[in-house]
Ligand binder design. Structure first.
Ligand SMILES: C[S@@+](CC[C@H](N)C(=O)[O-])C[C@H]1O[C@@H](n2cnc3c(N)ncnc32)[C@H](O)[C@@H]1O
Length: 231
């Protein structure tokens, strides 16, 4: 049943999150475990990138770029989203955090970005890949705007995850068991990818990234991290 819902949404859901979904997603993104997830990703970024230009693709309410700018004072971060309401929310969040000078948000479609070739040192993306109708097309667009030697880190939730893993990861949070159950079903129905789908995409001869590595289950959230290197 959930697989059927997944197929239906894959075909008919819009690529971006429109209003008022933007508002309910923002509430979800404010939860403690999501904030922990952004902090974990931002720490990974700050360990390897102390300066330079970073792009966040499908930034949503912009919490990840804001967290990166906090932890790495030498970087400039641009967050893009196809949804203009998400960009409005993200700009407001950056202003509240007093980081608008180093964190900018733009309405952009990741399928065809307005940036010049080789513009960014690092490109990150969390929870957006499963929205892309043509994921490989976006991956190759990311390749284009990445500098030579630069990396792209794409994180997304796994659909092929067991309920136990989600419960174990979220169990320590308040209402963790209830959240795990909702998340598990939501993930199965929509917000996710499988390892097999990711490998198929990366092995496609059209993929311009010839070097990649996949990391699993290292975060407070059951995600796959795809590390892509532009050599
Ligand atoms: C589930 S949200 C994740 C938001 C944020 N990265 C986070 O982790 O909270 C996915 C976001 O990707 C955006 N998105 C989907 N397709 C896109 C595209 N082609 N170009 C830019 N943004 C896109 C959606 O509008 C939405 O804000």
């Amino acid at each position: 049943m959930l697989e059927r819902i997944h197929k239906f949404l894959e075909e008919y859901a819009p690529e971006g999150i429109p209003f008022p979904g933007t508002r309910s997603y923002t509430l979800f993104a404010k939860s403690r475990f999501m904030r922990d997830f952004y902090r974990q990703v931002a720490s990974e970024v700050a360990v390897e990138f102390r300066q330079g230009k970073i792009l966040d693709v499908g930034t949503g309410p912009g919490y990840l770029p804001i967290e990166i700018a906090r932890l790495a004072p030498g970087v400039e971060v641009i967050g893009i989203d196809i949804s203009s309401d998400m960009v409005k929310i993200a700009r407001r969040n950056a202003e509240k955090a007093n980081l608008s000078s180093r964190v900018k948000f733009m309405v952009e479609d990741a399928n065809k970005m307005s940036f010049e070739d080789s513009s960014f040192d690092l490109i990150v993306s969390t929870g957006s890949l499963h929205h892309w109708k043509k994921p490989l097309h976006v991956i190759n667009e990311i390749y284009r705007v990445l500098k030579d030697g630069g990396q792209a880190w794409i994180y997304d939730l796994r659909r092929d995850v067991s309920e136990n893993v989600i419960v174990k990861k979220l169990g320590e949070y308040k209402y963790g068991k209830m959240i795990s159950l909702i998340l598990y079903n939501a993930v199965k129905a929509h917000s996710s990818i499988t390892l097999h789908e990711v490998l198929n995409m990366l092995e496609d001869e059209e993929n311009r990234f010839k070097q990649y590595r996949i990391e699993e289950n290292r975060h407070s959230y059951p995600v796959l991290k795809i590390r892509l290197l532009k050599s």
